[in-house]
Write a protein of this length. Sequence first.
Length: 422
Amino acid sequence: CKDWQEYTSLYAARLKALKPSVLDEAKAVWGSQLVPGAIQSEVSGYRKGSEVVVVGVIYKDLKTRPSVVKQFKENPLRSRLVSAETESGKAPEPESLTSDEDRLFIEDNTMRVKLDAAPALVASLVSGLVAAVKGSALPNGDLKVSGIVFSRLPSPPALLPQKQEQGSSGRYLAFISGLSGLLSNEEKRPLVEKLQNYLVEASQEGPNQLAELVICGNILGNITGATDASGRDLIAVADDLLAKFASVLPVMMLPGGEDPTNYGLPQRALHSWLLPSAKSSGSVKCIGNPCRGTIESSGLMFVGHGGQPVKDLLRCSRGKTPLAALQLCLEARHIAPTAPDTLATPPVEGNDPKDPFVLEQIPHLLVSGTHGVVEHRWLPSSSDDERVGTQLLCVPSLDSQPAVVLVNLSDPRDIRVHDLAA
C-alpha cells in the first residue's frame, strides 16, 4: 500500500521479483478449477468474480506487538530503548508477538484487503510473504480464503560429477555456531580442546575429510560484551583458537545477532582488527550475514545466515519448529520475510531497487545457525539426479548442543553429526 512509506521500495521490489513465479504456481495448482479471468493482476480486482486469485504481500496485524511510540508517550523521559535489561547488560529473550486476535491482510500498490482465514492459517503465516490467495469476496469487503500458494520452486543446478576413492564417501563442509558460548563458560572450556582436536584429525586425508569449516554466527558475541580485562583476554583466546583452526583447514565466518557488527540485516563481516592472528593466517574469510556461495569443486550452492530470520519468524507465528520456519522461507523464496516489519533492515534505494533477501536461485543447502539442537530435512526436486534438491539445516549453538555438523559436498543428502560431548 501507499502507507509503506520509506519501505515501499523494498516491498515493491519483493513483489516484482516473486510475483511471476507465484502466478506460475497458482496457474499450475488452480488453473483447471477456475473460470477464465479469475486470476487478477491486482489485489483491487478481488471482487471481479465469484472466486478469484490475487497475488500480493501478506501483512499480519500482531495485536500484542509492543508500540514504541505508545511506550514513549506514556513515559517520555524513559523510553523502551533504555530498559532495565539494557542497563543490566542482559538482552531480553525474544517473546512471542502472536495472539488469538491476529489478523491477515494481502496488499499491493493498489489496496489492502483483510483475509477471512482459518485460525491455523493465521497462526502459521507472517508478514512479508509474497503469496497467491484463492477465495471469494464477502459482503463486508473481506476475502474468504479457500487456498494459498507461494512461489514455484525451480530445481537447483546440477552438481558436478565427483571421483571418489575406494572407501571414501567424499569431502565435507563442517558447520558450527555459537563459539562464544563455549569460550565464555568455564565449565564448557574442555569442549574447545575436543573441537580443536577433531578438526585437526578430520582435516587429514581420510574417508570423511573436511574441506572447510563454516562458523554460522555468534563468534565473539558473549565475549565482546565484557568490558574488563577478562573480556579482552577472551577475545585474544578466540583469535588464537581461530588461527589454530585456520592452520589445518580454511575457515569461513559470518556474524550472528550477538556479534560486534551492525544490528540489522544484511550484517557486515567482522572487522579484521578484532581477530588479527586469525586474519594473518590467510585461511580465514570473514563474510556478511546472510551469505551466498558456491563450492567450485562440486558446484554445490549454499545460502546461510546466523539464525535471526528464523528466530524472528518463530516469534511472529505459532506451531513451528526452527526447521519448519526455515522450510517456509525456502517455499516462499525469501531468506527473511519478516524484514523490515519485525526484523531490522535498512530501506533499499535507487531507480531499480532489489530486495537483497530474495532467493533468485534455489540453493542445494540452506543453513541457519545458533539454534538449540541440530535439525535437517531433505527436500527433493524434480530433477532426474537424486542428489539435486535442497538440504535444510539448523546448526546448533555449541553451548546448547556441542556438535559439528557435516554436509557432503558431492551429495548434500549425506548429513553427519559429530558429538563433541560423547
